[in-house]
Write a protein that binds this ligand. Structure first.
Ligand SMILES: *Cc1c(COP(=O)(O)O)cnc(C)c1O
Length: 232
């Protein structure tokens, strides 16, 4: 087995163990393989090992990677910050987007989603730990944004995404993820039909699963360490 296949299986084992420990159904947590900074050959290896959903942060890098892998039936998820001038690329190339925190971006994505594609599947990014400079809608503004986004014709609002700062221990991490879960439940109680809670990464997928994550986004544990971030 390739290294990527071995590491992918180890992550699937972690997800299964955490789901079991949390008393959750075996297949209630999906895996998004975060392939940012890795080339198309790494994506192909993970695909051949059975992985179908991939997450990318840098939009142009992702579009180039997609063009290099036209034969693979991949579900591509945009998980990075989206500037207005990049919405068209996202609308035309991705299946999902997790990182929407402003109505203006959602409106552009809806307008630019090509008619021949299914609606763009969308999660709102929520700033659950309150950093002033962080991306994500404030929890108290999430209901209004969710209602407005749910009205847009070419999008399907599926859930929430959170990227909290690393916590000191399991209990603290779970506690922060629960803020997102509580908001998710509150929005559903208001009639929004959400089924996706995107939270948990390499370092904290276990507490996220205990808090109710339905999709964990894992890069390092599958593909290895990344070089320091460059502009993208
Ligand atoms: C890079 C990234 C991940 C994956 O992080 P790892 O620690 O490598 O698992 C998940 N989500 C987002 C939004 C990211 O930017």
């Amino acid at each position: 087995m390739s290294t990527i296949a071995t590491q992918l299986n180890a992550v699937l084992d972690r997800i299964e163990a955490a789901s079991h420990a949390a008393g959750r159904a075996p297949h209630s947590v999906g895996l998004l393989a975060v392939s940012k900074t890795f080339g198309p050959e790494a994506v192909r290896e993970a695909f051949e090992a059975g992985q179908r959903a991939f997450g990318e942060n840098y939009i142009q890098e992702a579009v180039d990677k997609m063009a290099a892998l036209p034969d693979l039936a991949i579900s591509w998820h945009c998980i990075g910050p989206i500037q207005s001038n990049k919405t068209k690329l996202v609308a035309e190339h991705f299946d999902w987007v997790h990182s929407v925190d402003r109505l203006k971006i959602a409106q552009r994505l809806s307008e630019q989603r090509p008619a021949h594609l299914p609606p763009l599947q969308l999660c709102l990014q929520v700033n659950v730990d309150g950093g002033a400079n962080k991306s994500g809608v404030a929890p108290q503004e999430a209901l209004a944004l969710a209602r407005a986004v749910a009205e847009l014709p070419r999008l399907q609002l599926r859930g929430l995404m959170a990227i909290p700062e690393p916590a000191t221990d399991f209990v603290a991490a779970k506690h922060i993820f629960m803020r997102c879960t509580d908001l998710f439940n509150a929005l559903n109680a208001q009639g929004l039909n959400l089924d996706t809670l995107s939270m948990g990464m390499t370092a904290d997928l276990e507490p996220a699963i205990h808090a109710g994550a339905t999709l964990v986004r894992v890069g390092t544990a599958i593909f290895g360490g990344r070089p320091a971030k460059t502009a993208g």
